[in-house]
Design a protein around this ligand. Sequence first.
Ligand SMILES: [Zn+2]
Length: 270
Amino acid sequence: MLKVKLLGLIFFCLINSNAIFALTIKGDFLQGAVIRGSVEPGEKIQFNQRWLSLSEQGEFVFGIGRDAPANLTLVVYKNNQQKQHQFAVKKRQYNIQRVNGVPQATVEPSKAQQERIAREAALVGKARKEDLGLSNFMEDFKWPVVGPISGVYGSQRIYNKIPGNPHYGVDIAMPVGTPVYAPAGGKVTLVHSDMFLSGGTLILDHGQGLSSTFIHLSKILVKEGDLIAQGEKIALVGKTGRASGPHLHWAMNWFSERVDPQLLVGNMPK
Ligand SMILES: [Zn+2]
């Protein structure tokens, strides 16, 4: 086996007597990461026993969860042969963040509000199930808004002194009306002007289950079904839903797995 690490790209070339397996991987294996890569024509690949979709060029993507175990497995298949790859997943430390001043009903919703939250979550879940044949997930992702980061992925959140779910996204604090630009191209799969917790909500699907969700928006400038290019203006920052002030919350998913957008875009530009 030949293993070469070059500028964050890892190439594996496995040669045996009957078949050649080639796997290219881009991304570090750590909790919350999005991993992109490709296999050679004729090859198929499984991640943790799930078949990955492949583009015409053999490109694939998958996400590693916030609390993923220390090891994961990729298996490349060609003809009747297979090669297993084990990867160590780096564990991350998540902080605790206290957020005060959000509307109390968003922390202690009534029965009717809980039902509304469940209905809206089902719409979001349905949009995130899509497995679109788009390859925008391979693009070089850009920050949708440039500004101060006020919340990071993974934090244990305490809202108005009541523990909530971990924070699955990155928050960028900017005034209401600040433009939000598409971090990569994709198809709009959900537009909702007023969800109970997330307010103005927009989902942009980048293909093969990788999607961006933008919430607390004051205005959405696109509609469901629109195909969007990277850098297009898609929405305006707001403070709708469970927000204590104006900011963009940008979440990313690989299907239902919640991943960290910040790992895809790197440092915030100055
Ligand atoms: Zn947030």
